[in-house]
Design a protein around this ligand. Structure first.
Ligand SMILES: *Cc1c(COP(=O)(O)O)cnc(C)c1O
Length: 302
């Protein structure tokens, strides 16, 4: 894939009497279709796939997966065939109405829809062997794209200028992104992860890749679980965009930023703290979420 420009760091002019300042690193702007951290996570995996002489990428994801959308597009521009195993047989008839699947499909991704039960076996050898006999040889990218090469890519998010910050905040799904941030952070910086889901094993997963201990997870802002949403979160996202001209997504970055604002209000951060929040992208998911919000008759994301 093409090399990226440095992503811009933007001030969020918050009002507070403790001298706390907040900045956002706009990884959402590094590529129009390969959203933020998914670009970082795919970069070295695609190089490895080429090096191994593979011409097909196979990966997994759910109905609104940023990773599925990103892999389809990255595969297309890098000359790979892409196969997506999608969780939920019922989605087969919804490709044309689901914005994420429609996008991936129009960029050449071939789908196989599987039940939630088979989806759980996706890392097992027997299951992968069956896929090999069905599709021939492929380069496997795990769910959410996290592996050692993905972490290596995420080690390139922080740049020299970012060592002036005391706190680095990021969203956590599978833990690949935060691991990369931890590995290149300064020892005096603290990395705070905001999980977008309930998961008791995340800490263990992060320890597999992270080389330092200067991090913590804040588990209070998942809003009930992965992809779960509440009207107050939608209202926050809309207010944030209006006030600061930065769009947030409902699955990851909206929850993190809600958490950061709540923690600031509760005086979690010491006086004069400089906070850098990583905007990992994910904006392609807004359209799909709005369809769900509309069905519920709730406020939509603007
Ligand atoms: C996938 C994703 C994450 C989670 O990244 P992990 O490396 O799986 O923890 C965070 N933010 C956005 C926008 C994502 O799409």
């Amino acid at each position: 894939m093409e090399d990226l420009k440095l992503s811009k760091v933007q001030n969020i002019p918050i009002e507070n009497d403790k001298g706390v300042s907040l900045y956002v690193k706009r990884e959402d702007l590094i590529h129009p279709f390969i959203s933020g951290n998914k670009y970082r996570k795919l970069k070295y995996n695609l190089e490895e796939a080429k090096y191994k002489g593979q011409n097909t990428l196979l990966t997994f994801g759910g109905a609104y997966s940023n990773h599925i959308a990103a892999t389809a597009y990255a595969g297309k521009i890098s000359g790979f065939k892409t196969i997506g195993l999608i969780r939920g047989n019922e989605l087969e008839s919804e490709v044309e109405v689901n914005p994420t699947l429609k996008f991936a499909h129009s960029n050449g991704m071939q789908f196989k829809f599987i039940s939630r039960e088979s989806y759980r076996q996706k890392a097992e050898e027997e299951f992968l062997d069956k896929l090999k006999s069905e599709f021939g040889s492929f380069y496997l990218i795990p769910e959410g794209g996290t592996n050692a090469l993905a972490v290596k890519g995420c080690e390139e998010i922080l740049q020299k200028n970012d060592y002036r910050f005391d706190f680095i905040c990021c969203c956590v799904g599978t833990g690949g992104t935060i691991s990369g941030l931890i590995n290149t952070s300064g020892g005096n910086q603290k990395i705070l992860g905001f999980p977008a889901l309930k998961d008791d094993f995340l800490r263990q997963d992060i320890r597999r890749f992270a080389t330092k201990e200067n991090w913590d997870l804040i588990n209070d802002y998942h809003f009930g679980g992965y992809g779960k949403i509440k009207p107050e979160l939608v209202a926050f996202i809309n207010r944030f965009k209006k006030n600061y001209d930065v769009p947030l997504d409902p699955v990851y970055t909206g929850k993190m930023m809600y958490g950061i604002f709540d923690l600031m209000a509760k005086d979690f951060f010491p006086k004069q703290s400089k906070i850098l929040a990583i905007h990992t992208g994910g904006l392609q998911g807004i359209e799909g979420m709005n369809l769900k919000l509309k069905q519920k008759g709730w406020l939509q994301i603007e």
